[in-house]
Every structure is written in structure tokens, then in C-alpha cells.
Ligand binder design. Structure first.
Ligand code: ZN
Length: 208
């Protein structure tokens, strides 16, 4: 038996770690994804490996912020494994719709960006099919897809060192606000004489 075989027999394979060092096996993280995200989404499970890789390349003890380049799945992996959430502003989404995550030092702004590298997907056909959103979706092959993701481990990703200049969401200066004459709610004055919803420029509902 090789040394690595002895090791893997002794302890279950680690899929990812959170910022406190808690470890998750692939199955454990799948269960966590199901309870947080609603179903065992492959994107969250892949995202966890990406966040784990980025975190391990950062100097221990570094206070970091996170950027996801898509709103789909990846932000949930960041929120499950790091102290960065959309609500506290330490996680931001830059809507590039690329499957990539960056963790960066809050002070020096140096970071690690991990992305799915299409060139590496050739050896993983189920993952390739899922990643490129090829229709029809093969819901009946989710097990095969998840198995492939587990086998691929870190092999799906490219890693880059980056310097981040994106402004921190919560550190943007607060701007003057006023009360909208039409709805009576407060909004940023620079939006005009009434709020964007009452101007009909940005809305998502009608009154029931
Ligand atoms: Zn209004």
C-alpha cells in the first residue's frame, strides 16, 4: 500500500474547508448545499472547491473580501465557507457571467482568482455539458455529473494572481436622500424628482 493510500484510508477525502478550518467531505458538502441552496446544485459544489483553492493560496490570517463574477451558485459557496456575504458587503457580484471567484486581501488588495478553464473540460464530458448549458439538460445524469466533479477535484480550474481595484461596496460614501412625492419612500436624490420606480425606469412589481 502506498503512503497516500494509507492516508486516504485513515481519513475521508476532504472536499473543502471553511475559513475556520472545518473540513467537509464531498458528501457532507452536498448535504450542506441541499439545506442552504434548496437542492444539491453542481455549481455550488464546484464553487466550494474553487473557494477552498483560493483560500489555501492566501497567507494564513489574511482578512479578505470576495468577488464572484456570476450571481449563480458561486455566491452561495462563498457564503457557506467564508465570512463574506452579500449582506455585509465583503462579497460583491460583478455581473460578467463568468464562473470565477476572487478572494483578495482587504488591505493590500492582492488576491487569487480561480476560474473554470474550458480547455480542462475535455476530459470531463458531463461537466462540459453542464458548464456550457447544452440543452436538453440531463437531469437524470446528475449523479454522473457529481461523480465526475468529485473525481476531477482541482483539475477543472485555472488560478491567477490578481490585484483588485474594485471599490468596497460598504465603503462607498453615503449620498443625500429625499422622500419621493409619489410613493412617499426615501431614495437617492440624484435619481431625479421622484424614485426610479415611480419614474417607471426600474420596477419589478405592480400593486396587488
Ligand atoms: Zn416613488
Amino acid at each position: 500500500m502506498t503512503y497516500s493510500a494509507v492516508l486516504s484510508a485513515a481519513e475521508p477525502q476532504i472536499w473543502c474547508r471553511d475559513h475556520r478550518g472545518r473540513t467537509y467531505s464531498f458528501e457532507d458538502f452536498l448535504k450542506l448545499t441541499e439545506s442552504f441552496h434548496g437542492y444539491p446544485a453542481p455549481g455550488v459544489v464546484i464553487g466550494a472547491k474553487m473557494v477552498d483553492m483560493a483560500m489555501r493560496q492566501m497567507t494564513a490570517g489574511t482578512l479578505f473580501d470576495a468577488v464572484c463574477e456570476t450571481a449563480k451558485c458561486l455566491p452561495d459557496a462563498v457564503q457557506l465557507l467564508t465570512p463574506c456575504t452579500l449582506g455585509n458587503g465583503w462579497l460583491q457580484v460583478v455581473p460578467l457571467d463568468r464562473f470565477a471567484v476572487t478572494l483578495f486581501d482587504k488591505v493590500h488588495r492582492n488576491g487569487i482568482r480561480v476560474f473554470i478553464d474550458p480547455e480542462r473540460l475535455d476530459a470531463y464530458p458531463e461537466t462540459r455539458h453542464w458548464f456550457f448549458g447544452i440543452k436538453p439538460k440531463r437531469k437524470d445524469r446528475t449523479r454522473e455529473l457529481l461523480g465526475e466533479i468529485e473525481r476531477a477535484g482541482e483539475n477543472l480550474f485555472g488560478v491567477q494572481s490578481v490585484h483588485v481595484w474594485l471599490e468596497h461596496a460598504a465603503k462607498k460614501p453615503s449620498e443625500p436622500r429625499t422622500v419621493c412625492p409619489d410613493c412617499g419612500e426615501s431614495y437617492p436624490s440624484r435619481h431625479g424628482p421622484s424614485c426610479l420606480a415611480c419614474q417607471g425606469k426600474l420596477s419589478y412589481y405592480e400593486r396587488g
